[in-house]
Design a protein around this ligand. Structure first.
Ligand code: ADP
Length: 418
């Protein structure tokens, strides 16, 4: 039996999932990062990676054919020529790069993804401002560095992680405006996500009793890995994430970019994963209801009847998608006395916004919507699912799997669509 290992590095810990040829989960484990003042973040990642490998039952380890790792998008690390970090990694949501925004704006094309305080490129420029680049040989993403620990190759990344660095996923090359930078030599060579790069090093094979033929593949980002886990494969299939916010992702034959609405596309083989995110979502529900109330009240809603309440459920001013208006006020009135009616209004309104979001993506040229998978805390709500189906007018399912580590194991196995 051949096995495939996917490892997801999140914000508080890492999770490993092993699947077989039939993509059935054979083993999984979580490992929380042990936050101590004495250890660097990179050391904690390494400890978590090795702890997961050690935890795999020996009989299984021997059958692992390929490994892939996903990291949080735009979590980056600066290394010397041996791959040793020369500063603490900068996390995905760290906005220290705001001080270099004007500099980046002056070289990048108008409205480019890199023009953001949290983009990978902003973090590289911030390190440049600290005069740290002269000691550095490689600028890597979290997933690249962790894969290096296994295959021993530095200066390698994938085009999902490299999107926020400015890599051109259409032409599969770095654009000239990046090539002209003095720090360009630090940037990684880019491969397709899931590319079987090399076998593990002898040391790793020996240390963890893994087969020396075990291949380490290039990785991906957490959100793409979660999409790969969902089961969506064909153009027109989408995944809605009903977490704290509402995030839509539609697999399309065409690429959609629209900075005004915060819409951009990741490349997925010959397809495009187009998406947008709204500030509406579960955080608003959580503001008014406990999880138990969400369940009990939802059961009392007649999902076949449309609620007349037309809300724009937000907790603070402004949204970008599907309506782009930074000063858009939350609309949560009129509020009926009956909490079941109020919840019905909220779920109905979010379903309208979800449908409007998919309509927007299609208006901008994305492939016609055929099927929607659902992930996130709201996915278990059957009433909401029925309401959404009424608005979306396509079949709505729960995602087959929601763990990013599962999607990354699929990537290691080398399955479609990449
Ligand atoms: P995050 O985006 O923070 O990872 P999760 O995917 O964990 O979010 O989902 C958490 C959200 O799910 C909460 O904001 C909560 O309101 C929502 N949620 C939990 N249970 C239900 C339910 N039964 N119906 C609708 N929403 C729910």
């Amino acid at each position: 039996m051949s096995l495939y290992l996917g490892i997801d590095f999140g914000t508080s810990g890492a999770r490993a999932i092993i699947i077989d040829e039939a993509e059935i989960i054979q083993w999984q484990k979580n490992e929380l990062f042990l936050l101590t003042k004495v250890k660097s973040l990179a050391q904690m990642w390494q400890d978590a990676l090795f702890a997961l490998l050690v935890a795999i039952p020996l009989e299984m380890r021997k059958k692992i054919q390929a490994i892939a790792i996903n990291g949080t998008s735009a979590t980056v690390i600066l290394c010397d020529k041996f791959g040793h970090p020369i500063d603490e990694p900068i996390l995905y949501n760290d906005a220290r790069g705001k001080v270099v925004k004007d500099e980046i704006k002056s070289i990048a094309p108008f409205n480019h993804t890199v023009i953001s305080a949290t983009s990978s490129l902003s973090k590289l420029f911030w390190w440049q401002k600290q005069n740290l680049l002269s000691q550095a040989s490689y600028f890597l993403h979290q997933a690249d560095w962790l894969a290096f620990l296994l295959h021993g190759k530095l200066g390698i990344s994938d085009y999902h992680n490299a999107l926020k660095l400015g890599y051109d996923v259409e032409t599969l090359s770095y654009p000239d405006w990046l090539k002209e930078l003095s720090c360009f030599s630090l940037l990684p060579e880019i491969f397709s996500p899931g590319y079987p790069l090399d076998t593990i090093t002898h040391n790793i094979a020996h240390q963890f009793s893994l087969p020396s033929s075990c291949v380490v593949c290039t990785g991906t980002t957490d959100s793409i890995a979660a999409f790969l886990a969902s089961g969506a494969k064909y153009p027109g299939e989408a995944v809605t994430s009903l977490g704290s916010t509402l995030v839509l992702k539609l697999l399309s034959q065409t690429r959609i970019e629209n900075a005004k609405f915060g819409i951009y596309s990741h490349r997925l083989g010959n397809l495009w994963l187009t998406g947008g995110a709204s500030n509406t979502g579960g955080a608003v529900l959580q503001h008014f209801f406990t999880n138990t109330e969400l369940e009990t009240h939802s059961q009392k809603i007649d999902a076949t009847q449309e609620s007349p309440l037309e809300y724009y459920p937000l907790l603070s001013l402004g949204d970008r998608f599907p309506i782009n208006d930074p000063s858009l006020p939350p609309k949560l009135e009129p509020r009926p006395k009956n909490p079941v009616e109020f919840l019905h209004g909220l779920l109905e309104s979010m379903a309208r916004l979800e449908a409007l979001g998919y309509q927007k993506l299609q208006e901008l040229g994305a492939t016609h919507l055929t099927k929607v998978y659902t992930a996130g805390g709201g996915a278990k709500n059957k009433t909401w699912c029925k309401i959404r189906q009424r608005h979306l007018q396509v079949p709505v399912f729960s995602s087959l799997q929601t763990e990013a580590a599962y999607g990354t194991a699929i990537l290691a196995k080398g399955s479609d669509p990449i």
